[in-house]
Design a protein around this ligand. Structure first.
Ligand code: UD1
Length: 421
């Protein structure tokens, strides 16, 4: 299993460019199942989760080709298997997003239940409840959701009991081919929802209200092909900015989608960093001072994303004073705490969703283990800021979500290498 070896203590300095968004690419790849013509996608990041979704599409029978400029074309007219197997859904929960599109287009599908995951139980009840309201017959058998709708899906008024990104995406996709109008209330407002809506619209879907809490979809007979360029990864950008802040660095990120990072940039300002936005470039200057610890509370968009909670915790570890981290989206997302403590951090868990971090003068390198995707990036940040050498094991978690992480960090002056063992 590969490991990362990091000699810390060097500030990140220089310019990097954001990769395409993982969390936008995954639902968009699932949405290709709705299109009766090929869909060509540009800027998909080179990541394990993307490969897993492409493998799933191929397993279902799709034709996927990659051109010389790394554009990926997906033709789903050759779909012949209507079953998403456990082995792929288990690897990546976002595989569950094929449920809505396959049901809407083919009237029948079996998708493995995702099961638990490191950051909580993560049920899919909201996806299922909404599809039932749209006329789907669902049974859960042998670990699979078996869904059918002999007469097709029918538009409905759906009120989500809680804000769910994946649930909103699954229903929005299904609704594009349902008969009549679907209204989704209490919808997620994340930029990845807006992005999926624009891509579906490019395929001919009729959608309005994305980015607000009420989305309206008028069903169509069929959707066509399109060309679509995926937006930049706001979580990757946030991670690099926080890493620069934690190392006292000076970083510019190009193509950084600052409009999706309002709460994050404001919070970096609370830590005392100088943040300048110029068009699509974000510059962060943290040279010459110790950041002041700040309270961070995760929330659905436009709040601070849960996917940056661990990274902000790492920043608090090397800041001056005390900061309280409150996780409101997932029930068990503090797996990184014990690993950061191995680096010398001072963190007290007040309750399962609140951690109080007292900044220390310095973190010290140690052997640590990545437990999930974003937890691993907090360990990278801790290691970059620490004095001495850190090895991070189980980095397959990082490869799910950060494109060329060692290359990008090395370019910015970090001393980091991958050990193949
Ligand atoms: C997506 C993101 C993930 C991010 C999360 C929250 C992708 C591929 N993943 O995950 O990186 O951390 O949004 O911003 O885009 N819930 C239920 N019932 C449901 C659905 C969700 O109780 O049917 C709960 C979950 O357990 C969780 C909360 O709702 O506590 C939010 O989950 P959700 O927004 O659905 O996350 P994902 O779409 O899985």
């Amino acid at each position: 299993m590969d490991r990362l070896l990091i000699h810390g203590g060097r500030p990140l300095e220089g310019t990097t460019r954001a990769s395409g968004s993982k969390n936008s690419s995954l639902p968009i790849l699932a949405a290709t199942l709705l299109a009766s013509e090929p869909v060509c996608l540009n800027s998909l990041p080179h990541l394990r989760d993307i490969t897993t979704m492409v493998e799933l599409l191929v397993e279902l029978g799709a034709n996927v080709s990659v051109d010389e400029r790394l554009g990926v074309t997906v033709d789903t007219n050759t779909i012949r298997v209507l079953r998403a197997p456990y082995d792929l859904v288990r690897k990546m929960r976002a595989s569950f997003l094929v449920l809505g599109p396959l049901l809407a287009r083919y009237g029948k599908v079996e998708v493995s239940l995702p099961g638990g995951c490191a950051i909580g139980t993560r049920p899919v009840d909201q996806h299922l409840k909404a599809l039932e309201q749209m006329g789907a017959d669902l049974v859960i058998e042998d670990g699979y959701v078996k869904a059918s709708c002999d007469k097709g899906l029918v538009g409905a008024n759906i009120r989500m009991d809680l804000v769910t990104v994946g649930g909103t995406q699954n229903v929005m996709m299904a609704a594009t081919l349902a008969k009549g109008t679907t209204v989704i209330e209490n919808a997620a407002r994340e930029p990845e929802i807006v992005e999926l809506a624009s891509c579906l619209r490019a395929m001919g879907a009729q959608i309005s209200g994305e980015g607000t809490e009420t989305i309206v979809v008028e069903g169509r007979e069929q959707l066509g092909g399109c060309m679509y360029r995926v937006m930049s990864d706001r979580i990757e950008v946030g991670t690099y900015l926080i890493a620069a802040a934690a190392t006292g660095g000076h970083l510019r990120v190009d193509e950084a989608c600052p409009e999706t990072l309002g709460a994050v940039l404001a919070k970096l300002g609370d830590f005392g960093c100088r943040v300048i936005v110029d068009g699509s470039t974000i510059e962060l200057d943290a040279r010459g001072f110790t950041p002041s610890a700040a309270d961070v509370r995760t929330e659905a968009y436009p709040g601070i994303p849960t996917d940056l909670q661990a990274q902000f915790m790492a920043l608090n570890c090397v800041s001056e004073g005390q900061g309280r981290i409150t996780e409101t989206v997932f029930e068990n997302r503090f797996m990184h705490v014990q690993e950061l403590v191995r680096l010398g951090a001072s963190i007290r868990l007040e309750n399962p969703t609140t951690a109080v971090v007292t900044g220390v003068k310095e973190l010290r390198g140690a052997q640590v283990m990545a437990t999930d995707l974003r937890a691993s990036s907090s360990l990278v940040i801790g290691a970059l800021a620490a004095v001495g050498t850190t090895t991070i094991s189980r980095i397959y978690h990082i490869d799910r979500g950060y494109e060329c992480i060692e290359e990008k960090l090395r370019w910015l002056g970090a001393d980091i290498e991958r050990l193949h063992v």
